[in-house]
Design a protein around this ligand. Structure first.
Ligand code: UDX
Length: 463
């Protein structure tokens, strides 16, 4: 561990404390927690901590969102979350508030879970976090702990400690802990209660112990806890997401090769995944990775490399390969429809992955735009993202069902792995299409069965 002997001793002691076999000091009792930001991460974190038995207030400044949440309703789609919120609001362990200053009294820890969207240069915009910490500098009592839950660039915690100092708080009077989340959209509630690890970064043994206690309260089987520095915790988050993007990009390129030599990539991926050094997860080929995290986090990582003049050759290639994947899917649509004049495409799935309504950096949106720009007439359906899609895909006819999207089209194109596309009556779908072509960019269907229905069937890496 870098740093002076004091910091080493903190981690040594915390490492002992973090030994999951070690019983927590004192009885397990709930504490008061404030979570700032009622977005996807903030809501899951607040409701999850309430379920653990803590008393949580979640602060949200948007009045419309706040009104919905107080009624136990979610302003976005996330499986199991609405029920988790409703049950904890009912048990009065979870409340929602608009006024930050009024929500800090007696709080053991204040978790910041606000957005850090990319700015024009692609780097993370920390405006919201900086403004909140400046306010907390004025309001918090000594000993209260600030916990950064948002994904923030390496070195941010140090800058936030400077803000506290600039606002008159003594060194270390208010600890700043880094606690990155590893929640996936669509499975965030499950991921919260079944973490692969809990990462806690900081330089105050007491504050680290506070955060460990918060997590240990409700964990039936405590997850491994990594206690480290703020910067290392921040780096773990970016490195993890950059690796996941790399792994997906890798299997997508293997899929292209399999396609060209007539091998089934899913068989290759299954065999690869049995090697515990590789693992089966994130080896599903598709139209490319998207969402509100992987693209933004990879961009921030690349920006860090650039700012340090470190050539991140692999990671730059990972970003380029992801764009190539969109073109690879489009080339399959073109090859199936090359002899058709006015080409009409029926897209199934627009969200960046199933079980979410999130269109941010969705490969489906990127591919729909390429097809429109290349003169295709495009209809599309998505079970959860249709309304939002109407706002951002003006040249695409967003319809209300899979069959509406496929009617009178020359090629079906599956871009999101919603299970309802698997359960569709594809025999009937073929009968209402003008030509029975399909590009299954999520390898959702069975090639033999689709060919029995008379489809020219193409997928990603199954030839
Ligand atoms: C990701 C990380 O998984 C999570 O740990 C982090 O906290 C936030 O970012 P998320 O973006 O919600 O989570 O979804 P994820 O399941 O990682 O999918 C990201 C993209 O990769 C999606 O477009 C998905 O369709 C794609 N993907 C994922 C694949 O194409 N193949 C795979 O095998 C897995």
């Amino acid at each position: 561990m870098t740093g002076d002997s004091k910091s080493d001793s903190i981690y040594a002691r915390s490492r002992e404390l973090a030994d999951d076999a070690a019983p927590l000091s004192g009885p397990l009792s709930g504490v008061k927690i404030c979570v700032i930001g009622a977005g996807f991460v903030g809501c899951v974190t607040a409701a999850g901590f309430a379920k653990f038995g803590h008393e949580v207030v979640c602060v949200e400044k948007d009045p419309e969102k706040l009104a919905m949440l107080r009624k136990g309703r979610l302003p976005f789609f996330e499986r199991d979350l609405e029920e988790l919120i409703r049950s904890n609001v009912k048990s009065e362990r979870l409340t929602f508030a608009s006024d930050l200053d009024q929500s800090l009294e007696g709080q053991k820890a204040v978790f910041i879970a606000v957005g850090t969207p990319p700015d024009k240069s692609g780097r993370a915009d920390l405006g919201a976090i900086n403004e909140i910490v400046t306010r907390l500098a004025r309001e918090l009592e000594p000993g209260q702990v600030i916990v950064i839950r948002s994904t923030v660039p390496i070195g941010t915690a140090r800058k936030l400690k400077d803000i506290l100092k600039q606002n008159g708080r003594e060194n270390g009077e208010i600890a700043v802990i880094s606690n990155p989340e590893f929640l996936r959209e669509g499975t965030a509630v499950y991921d919260f209660f079944h973490p692969h690890r809990v990462v806690i970064g900081g330089d105050s043994a007491e504050a680290i112990e506070t955060v460990r206690h918060i997590y240990r309260m409700g964990a039936v089987t405590p997850a491994p806890t990594i206690v480290t520095t703020n910067e290392t915790a921040e780096m773990i988050k970016y490195a993890s997401n950059a690796f996941l993007a790399t792994k997906i990009g890798f299997i997508n390129e293997v899929a292209m090769l399999c396609d060209s030599v007539g091998i089934d990539v899913l068989e290759v991926a299954r065999a690869m995944g049995l090697d515990t050094r590789i693992g089966p997860e994130f080896l599903n080929p598709g139209p490319g990775w998207g969402g509100s995290c992987l693209p933004k986090d990879l961009q921030e990582f690349l920006g860090l490399g650039q700012s340090r003049s470190i050539p991140l050759v692999i990671l730059n290639a990972v970003r380029q390969a992801n764009e190539n994947q969109h073109e690879f899917v489009v080339s399959k649509v073109k090859s199936l429809t090359e002899n058709i004049d006015e080409k009409r495409i029926g897209i199934l799935g627009l969200s960046f992955k199933a079980e979410t309504s999130d269109l941010r950096d969705s490969p489906a949106v990127a591919i729909a735009r390429i097809l429109v720009n290349e003169g295709f007439v495009v209809k599309a359906f998505d079970p959860a993202a249709a309304e939002d899609a109407k706002r951002i895909l003006k040249d695409v006819d967003i319809v209300n069902s899979s069959y509406d999207a496929l009617g009178n089209t020359d090629c079906a194109l599956i871009l999101t792995e919603w299970s309802e596309f698997q359960l569709l009556d594809w025999k009937k779908a073929g009968e209402i299409m003008r030509h029975k072509n399909i590009v299954d960019a999520r390898n959702l269907l069975t090639p033999e069965q689709m060919r029995r229905y008379g489809f020219n069937y193409q997928s990603i890496g199954q030839a």
